[in-house]
Design a protein around this ligand. Structure first.
Ligand SMILES: [Zn+2]
Length: 259
């Protein structure tokens, strides 16, 4: 009897955290689906009703958020669409921002989109990144880097070139991002050149290691070309520099979460 109770206790201790993790994940997926629906619905109705000013845009947005049982917590003004509660089941607050023509709205959840970067800001920072003050850095900017045979930059890559105190080109980029208020500490990333701009895959909350080879991790894709932030999972793989391996994120393995 005691043995059975002990075993049950151990089983529970293992299963409860797993269950909580599973519920949290389900809540995050639901929240992102709601956010995505609100943004799409606003775009469709704004095209039809052409709000054109802050007051009309806020009223239209409010009518859509109310359908999702949301409550207006703070009224919006100018391009700020206000703050809403009660849609996210993890108690995240939704912050809404209109574009300058009130045709689209960007909604971010304080609970689930923490650490999310604004795509337009990221595009701007990457396009204007300048490396000419980094001693020994062979690339003056990202565009020049991608003119070579290289197709990507990996956060964990091992470098053979000199990059001053930074150790690798990726570390230089991380420092430059940080200067502009974009913090990638504790996360891993892979960047691709895409058309005239860049495409970034950034893990949600962890640094990848070689031990994680072939594992899937939560990741956010910043599709700068299409001005989209997409949540999903990505597979960890590895690459090598000389005889030394380092972990990478396989961009082509990215699978968006189901909405
Ligand atoms: Zn949320």
């Amino acid at each position: 009897m005691i043995v059975v109770i002990v075993i049950l206790g151990i089983l529970l201790a293992i299963m409860v955290p797993q269950l909580i993790k599973y519920i949290d994940k389900a809540k995050a997926v639901q929240c992102r689906a709601d956010v995505s629906y609100i943004m799409k619905e606003y775009q469709i109705e704004a095209l039809e009703k052409d709000p054109g000013n802050a007051e009309a845009a806020c009223a239209l947005l409010e009518s859509i958020v109310l359908e999702h049982n949301g409550k207006l917590k703070k009224k919006g003004e100018i391009f700020n669409g206000g703050i809403y509660s009660d849609v996210c089941t993890s108690k995240g607050l939704y912050t809404c921002t209109f574009d300058s023509t009130y045709k689209t709205v960007t909604v971010t959840c304080g609970e689930h989109d923490e650490g999310q970067i604004e795509v337009k800001k990221l595009a701007d920072v990457l396009n204007n990144m300048d490396f000419t003050n980094i001693p020994g850095c062979p690339h003056p900017n990202l565009n020049e880097y991608f003119k070579g045979p290289r197709t990507s930059i990996d956060s964990e890559a091992i470098s053979v070139d000199g990059y001053g105190d930074y150790g690798s080109f990726a570390k230089v980029i991380e420092a430059k991002l940080k200067e502009q208020g974009i913090n990638t500490d504790g996360r891993s990333w892979r960047m691709y050149k895409k058309g005239d701009t860049y495409n970034l895959f950034l893990t949600d909350s962890q640094k990848i290691t070689l031990n994680m080879d072939t594992q899937k991790v939560a990741c956010t894709q910043y599709d700068i070309t299409n001005n989209k932030v997409i949540h999903g999972t990505i597979t960890v793989s590895k690459d090598k520099q000389g005889v030394e391996y380092y972990p990478i994120l396989l961009g082509e393995s990215f699978v968006p979460d189901k909405e």
